[in-house]
Ligand binder design. Structure first.
Ligand SMILES: C[S@@+](CC[C@H](N)C(=O)[O-])C[C@H]1O[C@@H](n2cnc3c(N)ncnc32)[C@H](O)[C@@H]1O
Length: 352
């Protein structure tokens, strides 16, 4: 799956083949404009305002406390991008927007989109990264409280679309009791996995700043599921802390390997292997990159650059993750690609 220009109708399909279309213009000016339009609608509460039903432009502006003419321009742009409908002078949400945008939904993209506004700032340092090779190192440098909170909420929102599938496809040994969720932040994966396995409890090991902002998010989810006490946070650092010996039946690590380089991931896999009980699994969940760059891997390939810019590492191929597990004495299983989020998957290695 990739983002690109999609011709509308047969005539445009033919034109696209014979006319010299300036694709770079669409990839830059128009793609940024699309992103900003959706971010602005999200930040100003357009989708929450329309939850109860369609509104005129004037009423939408009143609900959002925004300028009437400018709000109509925004709403019209959101109609053109497939987020809103316009019928009889009133704006409503399309089925897609209703599915993903209102923040009242448990798996809403609202917080992910707000986090994308911060990410636009981070991305402005891409040029400097390429010139100097110096990454931002976001976990160490200069995130204030507001940014940490947006990061933790954004992560939860971003993963919520595929968390149920991830939980179903995670190998959990019969009778498993203890799970370690490295860099587990908001804890959504721990909650979803423990929900499927009533005898299993999880410890989320994360940096102190993350725990401070993720704790209320986890508390909300645990209360909603009636799972209080089954998933807890522990402040620490997976790279410097001892993870124990024969202590866990499952060690899960989602979206963190891309912040660590190859040798760090190899060393971590060895610590994890020691911490696992026989029969336990180390599951690494990531945005997957193909071994060589290709247009068939647009998202994984671009994320590789993005994470390199954030922390001098990048996305990984299944075989690379399997090699860390093999070297740590674990038996890697075959790659698991998620159906609900193309480009995402997990690599499990089991301790015999
Ligand atoms: C990209 S987020 C992923 C969060 C969550 N696992 C998910 O998939 O949504 C990476 C998380 O790893 C945490 N982290 C970064 N370095 C860490 C370290 N050395 N030890 C433990 N956690 C770390 C961050 O604080 C953050 O919460």
């Amino acid at each position: 799956m990739k983002l690109d220009m999609v011709p509308q109708g047969v005539l445009e399909q033919i034109l696209l083949r014979i006319v010299d279309v300036p694709l770079p213009l669409l990839h830059t000016a128009i793609a940024s404009l699309l992103a900003r339009t959706v971010m602005t609608g999200t930040k100003l509460g357009v989708f929450e305002a329309l939850e109860a039903g369609p509104l005129s432009g004037a009423d939408l502006a009143r609900e959002c406390r925004t300028h009437e003419g400018a709000t109509k321009s925004l709403a019209d742009a959101l109609v053109c991008t497939g987020y809103l409908t316009l019928d009889g002078g009133r704006y409503g949400m399309t089925a897609m927007a209703r599915r993903w945008m209102p923040r009242s939904r448990r798996d809403s993209m609202h917080d992910s989109i707000l986090f994308s506004i911060d990410e636009h700032d981070y991305m402005s340092s891409m040029e400097n990264y390429v010139r100097t090779g110096e990454a931002l190192d976001i976990h160490d440098a200069g995130m204030n409280d507001e940014r940490w909170s947006s990061y933790q909420r954004g992560m939860r929102s971003r993963q919520s679309g595929y968390a149920p599938e991830a939980a179903k496809r995670t190998p959990v040994a019969k009778g498993a009791r203890r799970m370690l969720d490295i860099g587990g932040s908001h804890g959504l994966f721990s909650v979803e996995i423990c929900k499927l396995h009533p005898g299993l409890n999880s410890v989320i090991l994360d940096l102190p700043e993350a725990v401070k902002h993720a704790a209320p998010i986890l508390a909300e989810d645990l209360a909603r599921e009636g799972m209080e006490g089954r998933v807890v946070h522990e402040e620490g650092n997976a790279l410097s802390d001892d993870l124990g010996t024969d202590a866990y039946d499952l060690v899960f690590m989602s979206q963190l390997a891309h912040h660590f380089d190859d040798s760090t991931n190899r060393d971590l896999a060895k610590k994890v292997a020691k911490a696992l009980r026989p029969g336990g699994a180390y599951v690494i969940q990531e945005s997957i990159r193909t071994e060589t760059p290709s247009t068939r891997n647009q998202i994984g390939g671009m994320l590789d650059l993005y994470f390199a810019m954030l922390s001098e590492s990048g996305t990984w191929a299944f075989e690379e993750m399997a090699s860390w597990q093999r070297e740590a004495g674990l038996t890697p299983w075959g790659p698991v690609r998620y159906r609900s989020t193309p480009g995402m998957g997990q690599q499990a290695g089991v301790k015999s």
